[in-house]
Design a protein around this ligand. Structure first.
Ligand SMILES: NC(=O)c1ccc[n+]([C@@H]2O[C@H](COP(=O)([O-])OP(=O)(O)OC[C@H]3O[C@@H](n4cnc5c(N)ncnc54)[C@H](OP(=O)(O)O)[C@@H]3O)[C@@H](O)[C@H]2O)c1
Length: 293
């Protein structure tokens, strides 16, 4: 039998010009951790300066320091809660005071937990929608005058959850569907100002909370069974897509969703055992030994 071939995830600097984002300023919600931290680091290695947003100010300052040290560029911590627009407006003000403008915005802040609809309280549902969807709207409202001035660019970090009905993910699925719709409306309303708005829909990305929850420890091989490219995604995969969408090479691309998932969306088995995950929600966790779920 032939062996499967795995392409590796390459760092952006192996492919793109090192100064491609010189003098650009990026405002990133969720930039203090996970995928958006890695995307910010990549944009900074390519010349950008960054303002990163999250609620935990201390963690955010640590992240900004690490980003600045790792990249020879400058990151600042601008703490805010995306559910409260006035805190974002303050973060935008700090960014303008420090850097004078905003070219790129990444709406990446998100909340997620796994629960069947019958175990999901209205408050829990509202919280996820408020962070993911209202938070994206608030970020857009707080930054759009600046982005119009710079003829800049929005990137929303969506997901592929909502392309089918995925058990235990109703709240983030509904919220991300809204994010996709909002991005399209933004593309149409701001296109004439020279502003683009696109989404990246990542598949499962290694080394993140989401992947830790979904893939039981030591069972990576199980998920490869429905990944055509035969590996779990890396943060570099998302960073490279972000570099492309922010670059002038994508200047005629707006209102689009770029799915970065190794082809999984075209070959989906159920992530959770089905129908056991909905018929037996109580003892269901035991089907996933080792999961942090
Ligand atoms: N991980 C995956 O495999 C995967 C797959 C598909 C899509 N995605 C999407 O990719 C993005 C990043 O995911 P990740 O797994 O890397 O996430 P993560 O590390 O959990 O990061 C989430 C970030 O959002 C911030 N945040 C949460 N609530 C906030 C609020 N109310 N106001 C401001 N900031 C807030 C958090 O900072 P504080 O806690 O300090 O506020 C944190 O930095 C998310 O949009 C996620 O939906 C991830």
């Amino acid at each position: 039998m032939a062996e499967s071939y795995k392409h590796r995830a390459v760092p952006a600097l192996d492919v793109f010009k090192p100064d491609i984002f010189k003098d650009k300023v990026v405002f990133v919600t969720g930039g203090g951790s996970g995928i958006c931290y890695a995307v910010t680091e990549t944009l900074m290695r390519l010349g950008a300066k960054a303002a990163i947003v999250g609620r935990n100010a201390e963690r955010l300052r640590g992240a900004a320091d690490s980003l600045s040290k790792a990249t020879q560029s400058q990151a600042i911590a601008t703490p805010a809660d995306v559910r409260k627009i006035e805190t974002l407006q303050h973060a935008v003000k700090q960014t303008i005071e420090q850097f004078g403008k905003i070219d790129f915005v990444i709406c990446g802040a998100a909340g997620n937990f796994m629960a069947p609809i019958e175990g999901l309280s209205p408050n829990a549902f509202r919280t996820v929608v408020e962070i993911d969807l209202l938070g994206t709207f608030n970020t857009v409202r707080a930054t759009m005058e600046e982005v119009k001035k710079s003829h800049g660019n929005y990137l929303h970090i969506s997901a592929t959850l909502h392309y089918s009905g995925l058990p235990w993910q109703a709240a983030p699925s509904a919220a991300k569907a809204g994010v996709d719709a909002l991005s399209a409306a933004l593309a149409v309303e701001l296109g004439p100002y020279g502003v683009r708005s696109n989404c990246i829909a990542p598949g499962l990305i290694a080394g993140t909370e989401g992947a830790d929850r979904l893939v039981p420890q030591g069972q990576d091989e199980m998920v490869l069974g429905f990944m055509p490219m035969q590996r779990i995604g890396q943060k570099d995969d998302i960073a490279n897509a972000a570099v492309y969408l922010f670059s002038e090479a994508a200047s005629w691309i707006t209102g689009q969703i770029l799915v970065v998932d190794g082809g999984s969306v075209h070959f989906r088995g159920p992530f959770l055992p089905y129908p056991d995950s909905v018929l037996d929600t109580k003892s269901f966790k035991s089907l996933f030994p080792g999961s942090k779920m």
